[in-house]
Write a protein that binds this ligand. Structure first.
Ligand code: GLN
Length: 389
């Protein structure tokens, strides 16, 4: 049997693998980031209604008109962006498909795509799947982006810079200065910024800034988001892309041939949620996540981890070298099997070229109810007594 060469250059998802390990050991899953709390009633009722109303067939391939209209309205309310729902919006099967479809639409084989490291593990394979050369740009944890160093890496071979803000796994929320620096380089080298803004409503220390709102960036910013994190429905697979009309045309072709479309009744339900949930929903979401963050952060520090409270998203990347000398994958396996808490090994957020990076870190997701987080934190306090290696 032969498989295609491009699949040889990356491994299977470590994040999804840790979920399987957590299930095997009946551990609390703080590995893959998905909520265990219910979605808003308005969303669920709308989904039930859509199915009862027999919205069962393919939606328009690039998105149900009602959802695209609701999204355009929201982008206007949230960020003052004018988005044409007919020409500049595409609904995909999750932000994951949105990223692959976007890269396939804009990148030619051999083009460079800049990825800030540590990075959400999909971006490396995404770049490889579309034949690009990923260029990993290291960002020191807790430090802001070194724009001068970045200028030395971005060139006319750069087709796109991928920005994930708020960031998974670091929690970094890119500042206006950082984003303007990136935007300037893209303008200079005729490149796109592809921003994964899926955690846009989970920011603690300041407003989320879409790159598309920066001066002269509307034509080179491709804004990816979705319902997964904002409405706690990661399994619904509703992702969204705002892009200039010519780019949207190209993205829609890729999206159509890859998937035909995202689930029709669920698109209706997300449209209803966007129409009916007001600013208090989004404010409450961020407040609730801040509480979860503080709970887990102090629990981790108490258990002997070194970490910083994230500025956004729902992960904490924690250094465990004060409690164990094991490498990250062995520590994460031990933690799952013996302590009953699953995390993601830190090295999975680094490229192979960054040999040794992330080996003393694991990532915890805190998108869980307080009772589960408290139980996880209490289990983690046993680490020092039981740690090996
Ligand atoms: N973004 C989430 C994480 O990093 C979920 C990943 C996934 O499996 N799609 O855990």
């Amino acid at each position: 049997m032969r498989t295609a060469r491009r699949t040889h250059s990356f491994t299977e998802s470590v994040i999804r693998g840790m979920t399987r390990l957590a299930m095997e050991h009946d551990a609390i899953n703080l590995a893959q980031g998905f909520p265990n709390f219910p979605a808003p009633d308005v969303l669920k009722e709308a989904a039930v209604r859509a199915i009862r109303d027999d919205i069962n067939q393919y939606a328009v391939t690039w998105g149900a008109p009602r959802l695209r209209r609701a999204l355009a309205q929201k982008y206007h309310e949230w960020y003052g962006m004018e988005v044409d729902p007919e020409a500049e919006l595409t609904v995909c099967c999750g932000a994951t498909e949105a990223m692959v479809s976007t890269l396939m639409a804009i990148v030619d084989p051999g083009d460079q795509v800049v990825v800030f490291e540590p990075f959400y593990e999909n971006y490396g394979p995404d770049a490889i799947l579309c034949g690009a050369d990923p260029v990993f740009f290291p960002m020191d944890l807790g430090e802001s982006l070194d724009l001068e160093r970045l200028a030395g890496v971005v060139s006319d071979r750069t087709r796109a810079i991928i920005v994930n803000t708020p960031n998974n796994p670091t929690g970094h929320v890119f500042s206006r200065v950082e984003l303007e620096g990136i935007a300037g380089l893209c303008r200079r080298h005729d490149a796109y910024v592809v921003t994964d803004e899926i955690y846009e409503h989970i920011a603690y220390d300041g407003p989320h800034i879409p790159v598309a709102t920066l001066p002269d960036m509307r034509d080179r910013a491709i804004t990816i988001s979705g319902a997964s994190k904002t409405f706690g429905v990661t399994g619904w697979r509703i992702g969204t892309i705002v892009a200039p009309a010519d780019v949207t045309n190209a993205i829609r072709k890729v999206h159509d041939f890859l998937t035909v479309g995202a689930p029709a009744p669920l698109q209706e339900a997300v449209a209803v949620a966007l129409e009916e949930l007001g600013p208090e929903y989004y404010a409450d979401l961020a407040t609730a996540y801040r509480g979860r963050r503080d709970r887990v952060y102090s629990g981790l520090v108490e258990a002997g981890f070194r970490c910083e409270p994230p500025g956004g998203a729902y992960y904490i990347l924690a250094d465990f070298s004060d409690v164990s000398g094991l490498p990250d994958d062995e520590f994460a396996t031990w933690l799952t099997a013996e302590i009953g808490v699953a995390s993601v090994p830190g090295s999975s957020f680094y490229s192979q070229s960054a040999e040794g990076q992330g080996r003393s870190m694991v990532r915890f997701a805190f998108c869980k109810t307080d009772d589960l987080l408290d139980e996880a934190v209490s289990r983690l306090q046993r680490i020092r007594a039981e740690a090996v290696g």
